[in-house]
Design a protein around this ligand. Structure first.
Ligand code: ACO
Length: 334
């Protein structure tokens, strides 16, 4: 979104929160009819994190939020708004963001709410944060992408359950001062609701409330047509990146880092190839965490920034895709 205001927004800091519990592909072999080789070759995933009993989405969301605050040298009292981006909240009500708010103690003046935009959720949250900062309404916004996906996979559906993991990533979005290079340049989201059925959680909503039939059919879990998702993901992630590059009169060669949604190495490779992104500029964490939906981009960004690969001033292009269908792209100067 372009704005006429002189206020600009930036990502001030990032933070991550993962459960400690690691589940490798070899571990999955013990209770899913699968193999390390099949998962590695088809997806690039080698291990993922899984919440233990008693740990919840909002716990890792709060961990990521606190890490971002600490990195920025701010406290919870500074926060005006928490945007929770999740598909797997602790409860349908209250929001995950409200639970994170309570856990980090951001109760001074803060609003908190969730948005549901599947795997494109964190970029959609960033689009809202960017607009709110530019409008002047808020000064400090936490955008928290946090997921407990292993609680929503059917361990009997081997085509789906091996793909997902639990994790959380957060960004603190603030005003950029006049002479600062860091800036959120563009955030765009697109949707096509006609294809909602190819990736969904069909039951346990108001259309099909929880019942024995829902439970027996595993309808409360994630259902997916993997091959259809693959095609739409490659096409739409590529097109939204091209649109952003063109809008800013840039080419992929101007981009320092490309952070695609970490769903699957074959989707990442296909999008990178179509865009002409050199592999050494493509940020990856899918091998370590699997698909953590709204958390893939912020956690990957955080890791690459923390380890000094992404440097302040670098131009970073991001894109994501998920159920809805929904896809998003973002361009920031870190
Ligand atoms: N282990 C072993 N074998 C398996 C597994 C498994 N975990 N899962 C499926 N198979 C078998 C199938 O039963 C099938 O066997 P058959 O030939 O005897 O019938 C065979 O492997 C091939 O199955 P396909 O579904 O055709 O496999 P495909 O090559 O399409 O790969 C995959 C499946 C990895 C899911 C692929 O379609 C994909 O990556 N899709 C994208 C989905 C995705 O990333 N979704 C995440 C959410 S959306 C997003 O974040 C972008």
């Amino acid at each position: 979104m372009k704005s006429n205001t002189t206020i600009r927004a930036k990502i001030s800091a990032l933070g991550s929160g993962f459960p400690d519990n690691i589940v490798t592909n070899k571990d999955l072999e013990k209770f899913v009819d699968t193999s390390d080789q099949w998962i590695s070759e088809r997806t690039g995933i080698r291990e993922r994190r899984r919440l233990l009993d008693g740990e919840n989405n909002s716990d890792i969301g709060a961990k990521a939020a606190l890490a971002a605050l600490e990195s920025a040298g701010k406290t919870a009292a500074d926060i005006d708004l928490i945007i929770g981006c999740t598909n797997t909240p602790d409860r349908w009500m209250p929001s995950m963001a409200a639970m994170v708010q309570a856990k980090i103690g951001a109760t001074e003046k803060c609003a908190a709410y969730d948005i549901v935009t599947a795997c494109a959720g964190w970029l959609a949250g960033m689009q809202i944060a960017n607009a709110f900062i530019r409008s002047g309404q808020y000064e400090n916004i936490l955008v928290v992408g946090s997921e407990a996906l292993t609680r929503f996979v059917n361990w009997k559906d081997r085509g789906t359950c091996v793909l997902f993991g639990d994790g959380a990533g957060a960004a603190l979005v603030t005003r950029a001062s006049a002479n600062e290079k860091s800036e959120i340049i563009d955030m765009r989201v697109r949707s096509d609701g006609r294809y909602g059925d190819i990736l969904d959680m069909p039951g346990a909503g108001s259309r099909m409330p929880t019942s024995q039939t829902v439970i027996d059919g595993g309808l409360q879990y994630i259902h997916m047509n993997g091959q259809e998702i693959f095609k739409h993901a490659v096409r739409n992630m590529t097109s939204i990146c091209e649109e952003i590059l063109e809008a800013h009169r840039l080419t992929i060669n101007d981009i320092d880092w490309f952070i695609p949604h970490q769903a699957n190495i074959r989707i990442i490779d296909a999008v990178g190839k179509k865009l002409g992104a050199p592999t050494e500029k493509v940020a990856l964490n899918v091998h370590k965490y699997g698909n953590t939906s709204t958390a893939t981009i912020p956690t990957c960004f955080d890791e690459y920034a923390e380890t000094g690969k992404i440097k302040r001033g670098d131009l970073v292009l991001m894109t994501s895709f998920g159920g809805g269908l929904t896809w998003a792209g973002g361009l920031v100067r870190w």
